[in-house]
Design a protein around this ligand. Structure first.
Ligand SMILES: [Zn+2]
Length: 233
């Protein structure tokens, strides 16, 4: 008796499921038609702004033309995690944007610093790039040595050249050179950049890589600390 009722219940349940499934397939959602122009226009507008290249300063001189005082400042972490093929990690090295609240790198005590991002015209690349520097104000720091140049920009001096190099980890050399009258000073590229920046077509901040908390937590070195210390609460 009880077997029968069980069978009935099961059959009824199966029937209900079948009906439900049938209901979904037999009355499909009507297709949503979109206005082509509105769609394409909004896609253009929401396109991610183009990223600029980073002007990397090492022992070899880099030549740039400063043209603006407007810089962007972001919270960053410097990381250097080796690749770990056995654990499927390709490694991660460089400045990574802080993920603010619940940031995995903050949680495991990776030092957070400020990074200033100044657009400059990069002679070698022939385009505007981003010169990144720390908040360090020591006399040999890039920040301290850029101030005289930025004052000239502020005074609307004619374009001039900066020769920048680095020795050791954070000792910079910054020299100013006058540009010959006929020298290429990137005026067209600079005007073009300012226009694109105003229209949101280019982003200064995106020169700093953003890595999601999930991806950070999956890096073996990070994962080992998290599994001992506990995750972000
Ligand atoms: Zn952080």
């Amino acid at each position: 008796m009880s077997d029968n009722s069980d069978t009935t219940t099961t059959a009824a349940a199966r029937k209900t499921r079948k009906r439900q499934t049938g209901a979904v397939t037999s009355t499909p959602e009507p297709p949503v038609l979109q206005n082509a122009l509105e769609l394409f226009q909004s896609e253009t507008e929401t396109e991610a702004p183009e990223s600029l290249h980073t002007v990397r300063v090492g022992e070899d001189s880099r030549f740039v033309v400063p043209f603006t005082l407007s810089l962007s400042t972001v919270d960053v972490h410097y990381v250097d995690y080796p690749s770990d093929e056995a654990n499927g990690s390709t490694g991660l090295r460089g400045y990574i944007r802080c993920n603010d609240e619940a940031c995995v790198l903050c949680h495991i005590g990776v030092k957070k610093t400020l990074r200033h991002l100044l657009p400059v015209y990069d002679i070698e690349e022939g385009s505007v790039g981003v010169l990144g520097f720390t908040d360090n104000v020591r006399p040999k720091s890039l920040r301290a040595q850029l101030i005289p140049a930025l004052k000239r920009v502020d005074a609307d001096d004619p374009p001039f050249l900066l020769e920048i190099s680095r020795s050791g980890k954070s000792d910079f050399q910054v020299e100013q050179h006058e540009l010959p009258a006929e020298a290429k000073n990137g005026a067209d590229a600079i005007t073009n950049f300012i226009g694109r920046l105003k229209r949101g077509e280019v982003s200064i901040d995106s020169t700093i890589e953003t890595v999601s908390n999930d991806s950070l937590a999956a890096i073996p070195n990070v994962e080992r600390i998290l599994s001992t210390k506990g995750g972000v609460s």
